[in-house]
Design a protein around this ligand. Sequence first.
Ligand code: ADP
Ligand code: F6P
Length: 316
Amino acid sequence: MKIAILTSGGDAPGMNAAIRSVVKCAIYNGMEVFGVKHGYKGLIEQELFKLNSLDVENIAEMGGTILKTARCIEFTNEEGRKKALSTLEKFGIDGVIVIGGDGSFKGAKKLCDLGISTVGLPGTIDNDLNYTDYCIGFDTTLNTVLGCIKNIKDTDSSHEKTTIVEVMGRYCGDLALYSALAGGGEIISTPENKLSFDDICEKLGKSIQNGKKDNIIIVTERMYDIDDLQKYIECKLHINIRSTVLGFIQRGGNPSAFDRVLAFKMGVKAVKLLMNGFSNKAVGIRNNKIIYVNFDEVNSENNNRQKDYDLLNMFF
Ligand code: ADP
Ligand code: F6P
C-alpha cells in the first residue's frame, strides 16, 4: 500500500511528531510513504517525494512542519481537485493522511468523495474541533501563552498595572479559557462567553477595589479592537493599563511532551485505519481514548466547554 501525508492550514507544534509517527508506523507495516509539500497546493503541483525512516529522525521535538503548509484556494474548486486526483493516480497513492484543522478536513472529505481513502489528524493550536478533547498543538501553545503571561505578570505586579492580553484561537475561546483555568488571568472574554466593555470594566473595578491592582484580562482574537477596549477602560475607571497581542509567537516552539505523545498515538491510529480499509475518518481523543468519527461529524462550532466556564465563574 502507498500512502501520502500532508500538513495543511495553520502549522501547529506536534505536526512533525505526527509525521514521524505515520512514517515509522507505515514503514513498519510494509507500506510506502510519500510526503506532500505545501498541503493541497503540493497535491495540485505534484510536490510529492518518498519519505524514509531516516527522514523523520529527530523531528518529533521540532515545531512547525517539515512538509511546509499552505492555504490553497485552488483546491476548493473542482478543477483544482481534479488536478490533485490525477497527481495521486500518477503516483499510485492508495490513501492520504491530512494533518490540519476544520478547513483541511473539509478538503479531506472532498478527497474521499473523489474515491481516495482519507484520514485526518487534528492539528491546530485553536483546539476548535468539536469531536475531540484535544488537537495536536493546543497544549504547546497553551504553555507558550502561560509563559508569556507570567512574564507580563512580573512587570504588571511591579507597577501594579493591568494588561489586556489578546490570544489566538480564531473563533474558539479554548486558549483563553484554559489559560485562565491555569491561573493566567482574572477576567476572560471569548466568543463563547463574550463580555461587553462595561462587563469588563465592572469586573476589573471590583478586582481593584478588592485590593488586586495587577490584573490580566485575556481576550480571544477577532472579538474587539483592543486599543478601543484599552481606551474605554482607562476612561471609565480613570486608570492607565497596558495591552499586548501575543501574535505568532504562540504558533511556534517545540511541542510539549503531551502534544508529542498525542501526535504519536494519533499517527499510529491513522495508519491502522487506512491499513484496515477505513476512509472518511477524523482521529481524535475523548476521555483519554483515541477515537475516530466521520468527517461529516466534524465542525468548529460547538466545543461544549460550558462546564469549564462554570468552574471559572466560581473563582472570579
Ligand atoms: P485549517 O485547516 O487550519 O482550518 P483552513 O481553513 O485555511 O485551515 O483550510 C486549509 C485548506 O483546506 C484551505 O486552504 C483549502 O485548501 C482547504 N479547504 C478548506 N475548506 C475547503 C472546502 N470547503 N473544500 C475543499 N477544500 C477546502
Ligand atoms: O488556525 C491557527 C491560527 O493561528 C489562528 O489562531 C489564527 O486566527 C490564524 O491561524 C492566523 O492565520 P494566518 O496564518 O493565515 O495569519
